[in-house]
Write a protein that binds this ligand. Structure first.
Ligand SMILES: [Cu+2]
Length: 650
């Protein structure tokens, strides 16, 4: 793409590659802030993530925040031109992983967005006034939209979330002019449909099997196909009742773009019980293999591998082997799993830690006793996009390095409530960091790799340019430029807020700009904000003071408060937190947990079943008396990245 940036992934390929090259490896050191605009407090707070890739067209930028509010800005000056305030219900209880919106689409004089309340909305691109609004589903039933839609040729395509709530995933195509639903393609087959034989016959498990779509599709107009990936199966960690491969969970899909007719699929993980979503956007690229031109498609998985296929037929381009994996008949594990030829970008075996009986590698099964496994269920590569440069032929893969203690427990399906069948908290004291890797698209092997201090797979990402540069943010607020060939860091700038969004680049009046949304990430715990930063060679603005750094070790943080017997959940505008998170009490003390956040939370012993408050709605309290001396760690069951500690003295 050239001077504009018109889809979430830059163009229909999702390559996030720009032909702009005014800023290059020789002059990037001069880059400074051209402008920084704060978005009036929209999406500002600990429950939000700011992961948008802004769109830019004809000198105007369009940004959506974690509250689904949209702003149009003068892309040269940062001046706000119009605002759309979504007014979404602040009590939506079916938010899986923070309040987030990954971006917009545009076409036919409209800007399109999906909302957390499962509506798709069209705004007049000139005024921001609502043109139409279509309900894809009811959020009360577990559905929502967090991905950017894709616009092409009069059609708006949107995914849907809810994989943790027993939903039935689907891709929905809407008429761009009217909002009318043209067709739906269900990611879970009905009786007799393609893939229905991969579910137990005579059951309706497939109808609540999750398989949601977390990110923006790509589209090949020549082949007339639309491509996307599908997330984990539900219930996430319990495969005992859903024997079979469970299509189309954790799969790459090609459909006819006009009609939604099935063309091919490739399943990355059979019978998923690890929450190994395919959640990063697919990338289309053209290449030459053995002297022959080939049409490729690639996607970075939570497994740590990049899956590279031929997009005309869904067959591996470099090679993917079905290999035998460890078995547990109780989980009805698949006999084999697809293993790509090439390198994984994150470790795929966990180390044993004190307090655990067993550690294993990728695809290790588990039952009711916790088993440590890497990658964790959040990656590898989770939502973060993976760019491709036709100049280097490399993919730039963001990774998360983390261990999870996987356990299975029984869960009853109730519409609109969480339905996951287990958990995967990171063990107390275990390291959490990341990788940033260049993978050669011709070999699927590592060319260079950086170990990074923070997790990168969960929503950040990068963009690559013809200037030979890769731009990416860090959760500690730094924004970096790397040499796309060698990985060498050439420039670094402190934005003052968690820089957890994928950047984009554009040109106005002959001047190239790089822009990144800085507002943190609720799962990462990076510093929140509501700022959009734009950089150029003529920029004058210097860096800001560094914000607090996100955690790099799992577990509760903060001072130990002696004698505290009241713990607030979600207080002080930090939704995913306990305050105080560490207390010291005498044996026999009764501690009252009160949810003052917006979402339902609980406090549950890290050792499943020892004690727990049960789900607490906003305003609800539960008192627990601690009679056993010792150190009690606890987590929030729906949000296992929230940690607390109670030290009970004899
Ligand atoms: Cu919670």
């Amino acid at each position: 793409m050239g001077k504009d940036w018109v889809t979430n992934g830059g163009n229909l390929t999702n390559q996030r590659y720009s032909t702009l090259k005014q800023i290059d490896t020789t002059n990037v050191k001069q880059l400074k802030g051209a402008w920084m605009t704060r978005l009036k407090g929209s999406g500002l707070g600990g429950k939000y993530s700011f992961e948008v890739s802004p769109l830019v067209k004809d000198g105007i930028m369009y940004v959506v925040t974690g509250n689904d509010d949209v702003f149009a800005l003068n892309a040269k000056t940062g001046e706000i031109l119009w605002e759309y305030w979504s007014g979404i219900d602040q009590k939506i209880s079916t938010v899986c992983c923070g309040w987030v919106n990954r971006g917009l689409a545009m076409g036919d004089g409209l800007v399109f967005l999906g909302q957390l309340d499962a509506n798709v909305v069209a705004l007049d691109i000139k005024t921001g006034k609502s043109a139409w609004k279509t309900s894809i589903e009811k959020w009360e039933n577990g559905y929502g939209v967090t991905s950017a839609p894709l616009y092409y040729d009069g059609i708006v395509y949107t995914g849907i979330t809810g994989g943790e709530f027993g939903v039935r995933g689907r891709l929905t195509a809407l008429d761009a002019k009217t909002g009318a639903i043209l067709w739906r393609w269900y990611t879970l087959p009905g009786p007799g449909e393609i893939g229905s034989d991969t579910w137990p016959a005579g059951t309706d498990h497939a109808m609540r099997g999750g398989a949601t779509i977390w990110n923006t599709p790509a589209l090949d107009p020549e082949l007339g196909l639309i491509y996307f990936v599908v997330g984990n199966c539900g219930p996430d960690y319990d495969g005992s009742m859903r024997e079979g491969d469970n299509l189309f969970c954790t799969s790459m899909i090609a459909l006819k773009a006009k009609t939604g007719e099935y063309v091919w699929h490739f399943q990355q993980v059979h019978h998923d019980i690890w929450d190994y979503d395919a959640a990063s956007p697919v990338v289309l690229f053209d290449t030459t293999i053995n002297g022959e031109p080939r049409k490729g498609i690639a996607e970075a998985g939570r497994t740590g591998w990049v899956y590279i296929l031929d997009r005309t037929n869904g067959k591996p381009l470099i090679g993917i082997e079905e290999r035998a994996v460890p078995q547990d008949p109780r989980q009805k594990t698949a006999k084999t799993q697809p293993i790509p030829i090439g390198d994984a970008t994150v470790p795929q075996c966990a180390e044993l830690m004190p307090g655990y009986d067993k550690a294993g590698c990728i695809f290790e099964p588990f039952w009711e006793t916790p088993v440590l496994i890497q990658p964790s269920g959040i990656g590898g590569t989770n939502w973060s996009p993976m760019p491709y440069s036709p100049d280097t032929g490399y993919f730039y893969v963001p990774g998360t390095v983390r261990s999870s203690a996987f356990t299975r427990y029984g869960d009853k399906y109730v519409r609109g409530l969480r339905y996951v069948g287990g958990g995967q908290a990171a063990p107390i004291g275990s390291p959490m960091n990341g990788t940033f890797t260049a993978i050669d698209s011709k070999t699927n092997k590592i060319v260079w790799q950086h170990k990074t201090p923070y997790r990168l797979g969960g929503g950040g990402g990068s963009t690559v340019t013809a200037g030979g540069l890769v731009f990416r943010g860090e959760p500690d607020g730094n924004f970096l430029a790397l040499d796309a060939k060698t990985g060498q860091e050439l420039w670094r700038f402190q934005t003052g807020f968690g820089a957890d969004a994928p950047p984009v680049t554009y040109e106005i009046d002959g001047e190239q700009f790089i822009v990144v949304a800085t507002g943190g990430n609720s799962l990462q715990g990076s510093a929140y904000g509501d700022a959009v930063w734009s950089f150029s060679l003529k920029g004058q603005l210097g860096p800001l003071w560094p914000p607090p750094q996100p955690a790099t070790v799992a577990g509760p943080t903060g001072p130990i408060i002696a004698g505290a017997d009241a713990i607030k959940i979600g207080g002080n505008n930090v939704e995913y937190s306990y305050a105080p998170s560490r207390v010291r009490i005498k044996t026999g003390t009764t501690v009252t947990f009160t949810n003052v956040g917006d979402l339902p939370h609980d406090a549950a012993a890290l050792k499943q079943g020892e004690w727990g408050t049960g789900a607490l709605a906003k305003g609800e309290s539960k008192a627990i008396t601690f009679t056993q001396p010792g150190i009690h760690y606890y987590i929030c069951t729906p949000h296992p990245w929230m940690y607390g500690q109670i030290i009970v003295e004899p």
